[in-house]
Design a protein around this ligand. Structure first.
Ligand SMILES: Cc1ncc(COP(=O)(O)O)c(C=O)c1O
Length: 366
């Protein structure tokens, strides 16, 4: 079997090879500071006795699990601390598919490209359900698509790439459809702290045995390199997920879990609000420039991406490379996210140079 790598790496490699100045709006790496307490935690860790440099409990340190459990209002036994939200999604998807209750996987179009990749390595068959034009969920389309063969539905809110924050009632309807068809909904909430609309509600509040919630600290604590996330399973799926996590990973980073715990304790509401405010300002700056350039775009309610469409300039890999070469701005090709937005380009607003990038785009498309 041939696995498909998401296109992020091809674009990042192209940018890395460029010899001129390129503003990188490709990947979702926050450019702002983590909480100071997280930095302090890392320093403290360096001085610990060697026993703290050895394997932690496989499913997460008890301290971090207890903190997550308290914050999320769940039993710690239902939590697996993972190698980022990426692994949490993998475990959730595997838990759904290994039941032999159907191989079909319902994904949205547009889609975060790692989901189809994971579907393939897990032996699932992806069916894409188009989102509404504004990125919201089309529940009727799910009602039509779901069937006896459906084992898994993957949702992501706030959404990458559309910036949609799903209506909670719609997420609940889809979880209920999963219950009716013996499928499992995996809801990826890695952008839960980047709800710019104030309307986000976690799927955890839906009382269901057919729902897995995943999240992590890559975005909320600005540490994509640490690789700490978690999945919250219903009890009946938790044990197998823990076993899979142990067999694949042994455990995830112990110093990282310690630093995250310290970071969580140190990050007050103002820390998260400051990051959201920064994103809001960048959305305004960038979309003003897109207006000036005559582009169509999505204004995100959450996460930190803007999709833009320039007349006569479809979001192909070739056009992304041309933009790198000729405008000095790197985005992601819309075709990497499925069919619905294949004409579009995605820009990540995680650079202090958003204004400059906007100016470069305006000039290029003038
Ligand atoms: C929707 C979504 N899920 C998961 C991830 C990966 O998160 P993590 O770094 O916690 O593995 C990303 C990263 O961009 C993402 O956009």
């Amino acid at each position: 079997m041939e696995y498909e790598e998401p296109k992020f790496f091809e674009v990042m490699g192209y940018v890395g090879d460029a010899e001129h100045d390129v503003i990188d709006m490709v990947s979702g790496n926050p450019d702002w500071e983590p909480p100071q307490a997280l930095r302090d935690g890392l320093k403290e860790y360096a001085e610990f006795e060697p026993d703290r440099f050895q394997y932690p409990p496989s499913d997460g340190t008890p301290e971090l699990k207890a903190e997550i459990a308290e914050r999320r209002g769940v039993d710690p036994d239902r939590i697996v601390v993972t190698n980022g939200t990426g692994e949490a999604n993998y475990l959730g998807m595997a838990a759904a598919l290994e039941r032999d209750a159907g191989d079909e996987v319902l994904l949205t179009d547009p889609v975060y490209p790692y989901y189809p990749g994971k579907t393939k390595i897990l032996g699932g068959d992806a069916t894409f359900v188009p989102a509404n034009r504004d990125g919201s969920l089309d529940v009727d389309a799910y009602r039509e698509a779901i069937g006896d063969e459906t084992g898994l539905v993957v949702l992501n809110t706030p959404n990458n790439p559309t910036g949609a924050v799903y209506d909670h009632a719609k997420v609940e309807e889809i979880v209920r459809l999963c219950e009716d068809h013996d499928a499992v909904a995996v809801v990826d909430e890695v952008y839960d702290h980047f709800d710019l609309s104030g309307t986000f509600e976690s799927a955890l509040t839906i009382d269901s045995e057919h729902r897995v919630v995943t999240s992590g600290f890559s975005k909320s604590l600005a540490i994509t390199g640490f690789r700490v996330g978690y999945a919250i399973f219903p009890e009946w799926l938790a044990e197998n997920a823990k076993a899979r996590h142990m067999l694949v990973n042994v455990a995830t980073t112990r110093p990282g879990q310690y630093a995250v715990l310290r970071g969580l304790e140190g990050a007050d509401a103002a820390y998260y609000e400051a990051a959201r405010e920064l994103v809001r300002e960048r959305v305004d700056t960038f979309t003003d420039a897109l207006d000036a350039a005559g582009a169509e775009y999505t204004r995100p309610d959450g996460a930190f991406y803007v999709m833009a469409r320039f007349d006569g300039y479809p979001g192909t890999m070739a056009n992304v490379k041309r933009l790198v070469d000729e405008a000095g701005v790197a985005g992601m090709p819309g075709e990497g996210f499925g069919d619905a937005y294949s004409d579009w380009l995605r820009f990540a607003l995680v650079t202090p140079r958003v204004e400059e990038a906007a100016d470069r785009l305006t000039e290029f498309f003038a």
